[in-house]
Design a protein around this ligand. Structure first.
Ligand code: CA2
Length: 146
C-alpha cells in the first residue's frame, strides 16, 4: 500500500504553544509516529507539510494513479477550502481526515469541515494517535476492498 500523509498550515509549529489543545509533541514526533506505524504495517509512506493551499492541492492531484490512500489534516483549510475538497473529490482516493484536537468542543467556526465531505472517516480529538488510527483504518479498508 502507498500512502500520502498531508499536514496543513502551522502544524510544523506543533509543540511550541497551546499544549492544552494540541499537546506537547512536535511535528518531528508526528512524522516519527507516522513513519513507525507505516514501517510496522509495510506501508510505503510519503509525508507533506505545507502552509500553502495550492501546494496541498498539487500534492493531492499528483497522488492520482500513484498513491492508494490519503491521510489529511488540512488544519485551518478544513473550515475554508472548497478547493481542497474538490481536489480530494477529483482523485477519489480513500481518505481519512485527522484532527489532533476535539473540534466538537471548540469554536463554532471549527465545527464545519469542507474537506471532510470527501473523506470516508474523520478522527478528531485523539491527539497524534489519530494518525495511527487513520493509517490502520485505511489499511483495513483496503484489505476489505481487495
Ligand atoms: O486539531 C487539529 O488538528 C486542527 O486541524 C489544527 C489546526 C486548526 O486550525 C484546526 O481547526 C484543527 C491548527 C494547526 C496548528 O496550530 C497551532 C497552534 C498553536 C501552536 C502550534 C500550532
Amino acid at each position: 500500500m502507498k500512502l500520502l500523509v498531508i499536514n496543513g498550515p502551522n502544524l510544523n509549529l506543533l509543540g511550541i504553544r497551546e499544549p492544552h489543545i494540541y499537546g506537547h509533541e512536535t511535528y518531528a514526533d508526528l512524522e516519527a509516529l507516522v513513519r513507525d506505524t507505516c514501517a510496522a504495517e509495510g506501508i510505503n509512506v510519503t509525508l507533506l507539510q505545507s502552509n500553502h493551499e495550492g501546494a496541498i492541492i498539487d500534492a493531492i492531484g499528483a497522488a492520482h494513479g500513484v498513491q492508494d490512500a490519503i491521510v489529511i489534516n488540512p488544519a485551518a483549510y478544513t473550515h475554508t477550502s472548497i478547493a481542497i475538497l474538490d481536489a480530494l473529490k477529483a482523485v477519489a482516493l480513500p481518505a481519512v481526515e485527522v484532527h489532533i484536537s476535539d473540534l466538537k468542543s471548540r469554536e463554532p467556526f471549527r465545527q464545519h469541515s469542507y474537506t471532510g465531505m470527501a473523506c470516508r472517516k474523520t478522527i478528531s480529538g485523539q491527539g497524534l494517535d489519530g494518525y495511527r488510527q487513520a493509517i490502520l483504518w485505511l489499511k483495513d479498508d483496503q484489505r476489505k476492498e481487495a
